[in-house]
Design a protein around this ligand. Sequence first.
Ligand SMILES: Nc1ncnc2c1ncn2[C@@H]1O[C@H](COP(=O)(O)OP(=O)(O)O)[C@@H](O)[C@H]1O
Ligand SMILES: [Mg+2]
Length: 146
Amino acid sequence: MKLKIKTVSEKDTMSVAEKLAKSLGYPVVISLVGDLGAGKTTFAKGFAKGLNITENITSPTFTIMNEYNTGIKPLYHFDMYRLSSLEEALELGFSEYFDLTKLKGVSIVEWAENTKGILPERHLEINIKKVGDNEREIEVEPKGLV
Ligand SMILES: Nc1ncnc2c1ncn2[C@@H]1O[C@H](COP(=O)(O)OP(=O)(O)O)[C@@H](O)[C@H]1O
Ligand SMILES: [Mg+2]
């Protein structure tokens, strides 16, 4: 199943993410796929808003993971851009955030492809494609369903 949504502004993408956050079951692992500037971090911001997180969501490119505990579910926002292997991510102690039997809220990951194998089989993939200056095609696909 693939859900396709077109957005025409940053605000629009945030609103899609906000609504998705309110409709999903938890725990859930989300992989955000898309080029630099596609809108992955923007999507994470909207998602956090949907969980009533009031803190400012900043890109975790340098910290690799930012944790937010003020919302209705804990949010762990990852950016694996600076990592180059699964081993590196495991050394940093990240495995529990990708274990659905341990995770309490949501792990939302940018550049998961750099730490191939870290995602649980069952996760939600969100693919964001830039199709114009302010237009994006968002595809939501649940993975690992039988
Ligand atoms: N429809 C849209 N959805 C998301 N971002 C958009 C959209 N239109 C323009 N933008 C801009 O694209 C950029 C996306 O940046 P960002 O979310 O940091 O991307 P990424 O994390 O994928 O590198 C922002 O500057 C944002 O304002
Ligand atoms: Mg980003």
